[in-house]
Design a protein around this ligand. Structure first.
Ligand code: PMT
Length: 397
């Protein structure tokens, strides 16, 4: 972070006040902070606040002649080691996705060649609108990163997704992104994420509460560390930068995608919550209701077990989601599925595991050792798991 040039773009949302805390943290960490504000952002917070915190002139207008940066947005784009947009409104995300450059911030985003990170903040309905989701996908596909917004009470009074991530979380993401070690260069990794969906008929399916966040965090962290990552996913989150995403629906689809990828990888991390059962008969159309119904289910392929049987030198990391007897069940899975390491999740806790932003896990190794990973954002947990897995990959080679 020290001596890095960070362009902090503040756009017009109430979360702009949190950007002041972020500017202060970046400055205290030794970064050169260059704040750029849209016209609307200036309605929420004054440039003077950021000027005082960053000890730098704040840029609010493309055409101002007061400072060298304001004459030439390209010079800041060239100088910046990283651009962060916090808060990122639906408007700036839309402009960036569509190459619109009608003010300093949007022009800078078009000119920037360094990593660009968005911290979205908006009303839940706007966040989930297909237009916004598609714009985010477009930007993610071009290599931009997104720091997920959080659920909570929004300024408009609604309760839901869309609250900007806390400044501490954004800071630690940027810190990691700027100091990313490339210790996984050349390592090929297969990650699975999210739930599977098992079709009952054309409108109904069986699934589970996995959001995919844990698996996506693993894929993103591995890619940031230089790995070549294939992500087989049953979730529909924005694709992490430099990750090949193979979307799947059912456990059978996931099995086929994993088995095809297996011979080309060095490390497999299976964070997906795969359905254990699928309807025996999948109906076309919509099943008509009548009396009580018994759905006949059959077992899905056990992908982890199949990989454990067929692996040839790959390091295999399984996951376990357990509501009771965590250690006993995790240790049994290491043996029965021929794993090198298992990351065990206590899903009786409501603050971790399925759908949450954070996780806490116990790692059990095939050699009998264990390690606790205390409560932390999923990305941090992902990095710790990858470090342990990498030690095993290096031992093997
Ligand atoms: O997606 P999030 O909302 O971020 O939540 C993360 C998580 C809780 C889903 C994740 O941390 C987790 O614990 N994943 C494993 C969930 C699970 O299905 O656990 P399990 O104990 O049922 O399965 C054990 C292992 O076998 C897992 O690695 C699973 O991917 C694998 N499996 C299970 C069934 C099956 N048919 N094939 C498999 O490969």
């Amino acid at each position: 972070m020290k001596n890095k040039h960070i362009a902090l773009c503040v756009t017009g949302g109430i979360a702009a006040y949190k950007a002041a805390a972020l500017a202060s943290m970046l400055k205290k960490a030794g970064a050169h902070v260059h704040v750029c504000m849209t016209k609307n952002a200036c309605e929420f917070i004054t440039p003077l606040t950021f000027e005082t915190l960053s000890a730098n002139r704040v840029i609010t207008d493309t055409f101002s002649r007061e400072a060298p940066y304001e004459v030439d947005h390209v010079s800041l784009a060239k100088q910046a080691d990283l651009v962060v947009v916090a808060p990122a409104t639906a408007n700036i995300i839309g402009k960036a996705a569509n190459g619109i450059a009608d003010d300093f911030v949007s022009t800078l985003l078009l000119a920037a060649r360094c990593k660009v990170v968005f911290a979205p903040a908006m009303n839940t309905a706007m966040l989930h609108h297909p237009a916004v989701q598609e714009n985010m996908q477009t930007l993610a596909g071009r290599g931009c990163a997104f720091i997920s917004s959080q659920a909570g009470m929004l300024a408009c009074g609604d309760v839901g997704d869309g609250r900007m991530a806390e400044p501490e979380e954004i800071f630690s993401y940027l810190d990691r992104a700027l100091s990313a070690k490339k210790d996984m260069q050349g390592v090929r990794v297969l990650v699975t994420a999210g739930p599977t969906r098992e079709k009952i008929d054309d409108v109904r399916y069986l699934t589970n509460r996995s959001s995919g966040k844990m698996g996506y965090a693993l894929a993103e962290a591995a890619a940031e560390r230089g790995a070549q990552v294939t992500l087989v996913s049953g979730a529909s989150l924005p694709a992490p930068e430099h990750v090949q995403v193979i979307p799947v629906v059912s456990a059978q689809d996931m099995y086929e995608a994993c088995m095809q990828a297996l011979p080309q990888v060095d490390l497999v991390v299976k964070a997906a919550a795969v359905a254990d059962y699928t309807p025996k008969h999948k109906l076309s159309g919509k099943m008509k209701k009548g009396g009580d119904l018994a759905l006949e289910l059959v077992r899905t392929p056990d992908i982890l077990k199949a990989i454990g049987q067929q692996k040839q030198g790959q390091v295999l990391v399984g996951f376990a989601a357990e509501a009771a007897d965590l250690e006993k069940n995790a240790l049994a899975k290491i043996k029965s599925k021929n794993l090198d390491l298992i990351a065990a999740n206590d899903i009786s806790r409501s603050d971790i595991g399925f759908g949450s932003e954070n996780n806490a896990m116990t790692l059990y190794f095939a050699d009998g050792s264990r390690k606790e990973l205390p409560l932390a954002p999923k990305k941090e947990i992902a990095d710790l798991i990858l470090s342990e897995a990498m030690a095993l990959v290096q031992k093997r080679h």
